[in-house]
Design a protein. Sequence first.
Length: 128
Amino acid sequence: MEGARLGVYEGTASENLSGYLIPQECAGRMGVRWMEVTDEQGNGIRFACEDAPFAQSVLPCSEYELEMATHLEELPVPHYTWVRIMGAQMGVGGDDSWGAPVHEEYRLPSDGNREFRFVIQRRQRDDA
């Protein structure tokens, strides 16, 4: 991945939900080396890559709920935080999102297994 600033970012699952006219997949982050999902007290879980950066998203609703809603107000009141960890993610298209295929050099092969490793740790506010 090129062209992104390396840094540590904070936000909430609700802030990750994009205000698209029709709800759809959003909030994907690429090149992630580690991430923590915590409550207001700092307790939660930490995901860290072992060999290569991963992709992730954190949302207040499931992919199914996004798919079924035709307007943002149809999304249910959040009761959970949905975390997705992915080895990689391919974009929606080439030069536009309505018909051009993804350029060959950016495609992910679908004819085999993909493997990646990461560590999940419990985090408590008192952890260093």
